[in-house]
Design a protein around this ligand. Structure first.
Ligand SMILES: O=C(NCCCCCn1ccc2cnccc21)c1cc(-c2ccc(F)cc2)cc(O)c1O
Ligand SMILES: [Mg+2]
Length: 215
């Protein structure tokens, strides 16, 4: 049977990226998506904004919802100091399997836990599973209509603390209007929009950075 897009992306990484070099993995994926086959990675333009927000947050605990092939997982984890942990959630087992191999190619497997399942099921278990209080940084990149219920669930589970930063991809395309309305007009958040483009295209998109102000 024909290979899947994630498998073709992984093959491009294994051929073109240097083992243990996260930047070469990022470049190999961006090259593949620009010149061979589009894929829904956050991409280089939005990825540079993601890098800046991660660097200014200096997080110790990170949650990513929506791993896909692990592109943003590698982007974030390469910027984290050694003692930090990134938990990333992927509901598609095939995507998760590809992501683990991409993350391993980058040499970052010791700092990443790829969890398989749905965010709504896993979020309530995370505090006990990992012995954490709150996430310093959350990257939302899964089903766009789950951004709002999931940020509410994170609040209810006490997994956001004062200063926690939530960065959401695709708030323009495909769009997350209910989520935007919530974080922009709720006093619990201080929110700002970063205008950009849909990965590897000229279509308008952007990221929303929302800082939790505490209960
Ligand atoms: O749909 C997108 N991502 C989500 C994929 C499915 C996530 C499923 N999933 C993973 C973890 C998880 C945990 N719990 C529940 C569900 C979960 C997406 C789409 C586009 C896009 C596509 C076509 C187009 F024409 C324009 C834009 C661009 C992006 O950047 C995207 O991110
Ligand atoms: Mg996305």
């Amino acid at each position: 049977t024909r290979t899947t897009r994630p498998q073709r992306l992984l093959q491009a990484v294994s051929i073109n990226a240097v083992r243990g070099d996260p930047d070469s993995v990022i470049k190999a994926i961006d090259h593949f998506c620009k010149h061979t086959e589009w894929a829904m990675n956050v991409g280089d333009e939005k990825g540079a904004i993601l890098d800046l927000v991660v660097m200014e947050t200096c997080p110790s605990t990170v949650l990513e919802l929506g791993t896909y092939c692990g592109y943003s997982t590698v982007r974030i984890t390469r910027l984290l100091p050694p003692a930090t942990k990134l938990i990333t959630v992927e509901m598609n087992p095939e995507y998760a399997h590809v992501a683990r191999q991409v993350i391993q190619h980058a040499g970052l497997q010791d700092k990443v836990c790829v969890l398989e399942g749905e965010s709504a099921d896993l979020i309530p278990k995370m505090a006990n599973m990992f012995g954490i209080q709150a996430f310093d940084f959350v990257f939302l990149d899964h089903w766009k209509d789950h951004y709002l219920p999931d940020i509410r669930l994170l609040e209810d589970c006490g997994l956001l603390a004062q200063g926690s930063v939530v960065l959401a991809d695709n708030v323009v395309c495909p769009g997350a209007p209910d989520y935007l309305n919530y974080v922009r007009y709720n006093l619990k958040y201080s929110s700002r929009f970063y205008q950009a483009h849909l990965e590897y295209t000229r279509v308008l998109d952007g990221l929303e950075r929302s800082e939790y102000q505490g209960d």
